[in-house]
Ligand binder design. Structure first.
Ligand code: GCU
Length: 138
């Protein structure tokens, strides 16, 4: 399965802003989640056939505190409280991968912050190949 990148700055952003004030992002920016529970980014993901696919969220978290998020596909939470732990700083990005069921056609993949800190900074979602899965540096 070929990997497809979906840039967060092109997704639906609810309670967040597109930002460029750190280095190392891909595309034209990243999403800075508002520091509130419930803030989310929602991607429209195409799949040619139904099946399980790896979803890799490329993120940065320059704080010492985890920024967990619920991941839902087509309105159903498929992974709750997924950990997005600290990276070395806000310029250091890493990937968090989980497997999720997709249907043929268009899917909505939503990443929703579950704590008052909001989500991490989110660069992109890659669907298909588990790329950039380096463990967070601390
Ligand atoms: C800092 C940082 C932002 C980040 C924010 C946060 O302001 O510059 O990029 O989103 O912290 O804590 O969420």
């Amino acid at each position: 399965l070929a990997a497809t990148d979906y840039q967060a700055e092109n997704a639906v952003v609810v309670q967040g802003t597109v930002a460029t004030n750190h280095t190392g992002y891909t595309g034209t920016g990243f999403v800075d989640y508002t520091n509130v529970a419930g803030s989310y980014v929602e991607f429209g993901v195409g799949a040619t056939s139904a099946g399980t696919a790896p979803l890799t969220f490329r993120y940065a978290n320059g704080t010492a505190v985890d920024r967990p998020m619920d991941i839902s596909v087509n309105g159903t939470v498929v992974a709750s409280g997924v950990s997005f732990p600290a990276t070395a700083d806000w310029n250091t990005w890493t990937g968090r991968t989980l497997n999720a069921p997709l249907r043929a056609g268009t899917n909505t993949v939503r990443a929703t912050a579950t704590t008052a800190n909001g989500g991490p900074n989110l660069d992109r979602l890659t669907v298909g190949a588990a790329a950039d899965t380096t463990a967070p540096s601390r």
